[in-house]
Each structure stands twice: as C-alpha cells, then as structure tokens.
Design a protein around this ligand. Structure first.
Ligand code: HEC
Length: 110
C-alpha cells in the first residue's frame, strides 16, 4: 500500500521539500499515467471510440495534455475515497493512490 499522507488535500505541502510528495515515488505520464489512462479510461474516453457508453463527446483522454487540462475533474471523479470513474469501478486501490500522487505531486503537464 502506498501512503498518501494527505497529499491530495494539501497543495502547499505537495510542493514543499518536506511534504508528503517529497517521499512519494515520482510518477508521471510516461511511467504511470499513460498505462493507467489507457487501461481504465480509454475504453469510453478515447477520441476514436465508437461506443462511448455515454461518456461526453468532448471529454477525451488521449494525451497527457488532455488529462492535465481536466486535472481537477479527473481527481474528483477517479481519485479520492469515493471515486465515480470508471462508472463500474474495478480500479485497484493502489492505482487510485498512484493516480492521486501523479496528479498532485508531479510537475503539472508531465
Ligand atoms: C465505461 C465507460 C467509462 C469509463 C471506463 C470511464 N468513464 Fe468517465 N464518463 C463516462 C460517462 C458515461 C460519463 C458521463 C456521465 C458522468 O459524468 O457521470 C463520463 C464522464 C467523465 C468526466 C466528465 C464529467 C466530469 O465530472 O467532469 C470525466 C472527467 C471522466 N468521466 C473521467 C474519467 C476517468 C479519469 C476515467 C478513468 C479512470 C473514466 N472517466 C473512465 C464513462 C466512462
């Protein structure tokens, strides 16, 4: 289990040398995000998906730019204690924590 230590709750701590992010593994699009988004989100949110299963036409996650452009919504819907994406769940807890670490601790856009 990864320990978040409130990383997602405290943006100031996230950038401090001694904050929870200082001890977190360095996660980025390249070493985590791309695989996670492809596996957990692309089946409905890829731009080329024919059957989007109700996912909004304009909410694509094909690239890190598209994820970071909606970072607050991605954290709200797929991170935290009560995630609502994907709609049918199934994401392992460690990966949810990694998603939160990535999007709160990484340099934005990476
Ligand atoms: C099985 C299909 C499916 C999968 C997989 C899926 N979504 Fe969605 N997504 C939807 C549907 C349907 C909606 C529109 C209804 C809603 O907002 O609940 C939506 C809407 C959204 C929205 C826009 C609405 C908002 O709250 O801003 C975001 C952001 C989002 N999803 C993020 C994600 C993320 C991140 C993942 C992967 C962890 C993901 N979704 C996986 C079906 C899916």
């Amino acid at each position: 289990m990864l320990t978040l230590l409130g990383c997602g709750d405290d943006k100031d701590a996230a950038v401090a040398d001694t904050g929870p992010c200082a001890e977190a593994p360095v996660l980025t699009w390249d070493n985590f995000g791309a695989g996670f988004i492809t596996q957990e989100c692309q089946s409905c949110h890829g731009s080329g998906v024919v059957n989007r299963q109700g996912a909004p036409e304009d909410v694509h996650f094909d690239s890190k730019e598209e994820v970071w452009a909606r970072v607050d919504r991605v954290l709200e819907r797929a991170g935290g204690d009560e995630p609502t994406m994907p709609p049918f769940g199934g994401v392992v807890e460690d990966d949810r924590e990694r998603l939160t670490l990535w999007l709160t601790c990484a340099e934005p856009g990476t």
